[in-house]
Design a protein around this ligand. Structure first.
Ligand code: GRF
Length: 195
C-alpha cells in the first residue's frame, strides 16, 4: 500500500509513521505534503528519503477548493492508496474527503467523541477529567467525527498543564498511529485500544 502523509508543522507523527513502515509492513510512505512550505516536517521527510510537496494555503484566501485542487496535484501524482493526516491543520472540503472516502485517516488529540476541534488538552483539564488521550479515525465530511480506528488513553496527573498533558498525549499518538496504520493497511478495521 502507498501512503501519503499530510502535515502542517513539525511532523512528529509523520516521522513515527514513516519509521514504522519497514520490513514486512504492508505499506510504504510515498509522499509527505504540507500546506506550509516552512513546515519543519518537510526537512525531516527529505532526510528520511521521502518525496515532499508543499502548497501554501495562504495565497488562496478563503477559496478552500482552489487550494485543495493545487494540493491534490502532487498527491494524485504519488498514486496513494491511503492518506494519513498527521498534524494537518486545514479543514478539508467534502469534495476531497469524498475522493478518499474510506481510505483517509486522521489523528486527533482527544478521546473522541469528547473534545472535537481545538484546545483539547485545556478543555480536558478544565473539565477535571482523570484521563485524556488521542484518537485515530476515518475522515468523513463531519469534522473529527468519522469511524474510530484506535484510541490511546493517558492519565491526567496532578499539576498538569495543557503543555505537560499535550506532551504525554503526543507520545501516545506516536504509538497509536503506527499501530492503526499497520492494521488498516492489512484491511483490519478492528479498533486498536492502547492505555
Ligand atoms: C499535535 O498537537 C498533535 O497532538 C496533533 O497535531 C499536532 C502536531 O503534531 N495530532 P505533529 O508533531 O506535527 O505530528
Amino acid at each position: 500500500k502507498r501512503v501519503a502523509i499530510l502535515i502542517s508543522g513539525g511532523g512528529s507523527n509523520m516521522v513515527a509513521l514513516v519509521e514504522s513502515m519497514t520490513g514486512d509492513h504492508p505499506a510504504r510512505a510515498v509522499l509527505v505534503a504540507s500546506n506550509d512550505p516552512g513546515a519543519g516536517g518537510l526537512a525531516k521527510a527529505r532526510a528520511m528519503g521521502i518525496a515532499t510537496a508543499a502548497v501554501d494555503h495562504r495565497p488562496f484566501g478563503r477559496d478552500r477548493a482552489a487550494f485543495e485542487a493545487a494540493l491534490l496535484e502532487p498527491i494524485l501524482a504519488a498514486r496513494p492508496d491511503i492518506l494519513c493526516l498527521a498534524g494537518f491543520m486545514r479543514v478539508l472540503t467534502p469534495g476531497l474527503v469524498q475522493r478518499f472516502a474510506g481510505r483517509m485517516l486522521n489523528i486527533h488529540p482527544s478521546l473522541l467523541p469528547k473534545y472535537p476541534g481545538l484546545h483539547t488538552h485545556q478543555r480536558a483539564l478544565d473539565a477535571g477529567d482523570a484521563e485524556a488521550g488521542c484518537t485515530v479515525h476515518e475522515v468523513t465530511a463531519d469534522l473529527d467525527a468519522g469511524p474510530i480506528l484506535g484510541q490511546a488513553r493517558v492519565p491526567v496527573l496532578p499539576g498538569d498543564s495543557a503543555d505537560t498533558l499535550a506532551a504525554r498525549v503526543l507520545a501516545a499518538e506516536h504509538r497509536l498511529y503506527p499501530a492503526v496504520l499497520r492494521r488498516f493497511a492489512e484491511g483490519d478495521r478492528n479498533p486498536v485500544l492502547l492505555d
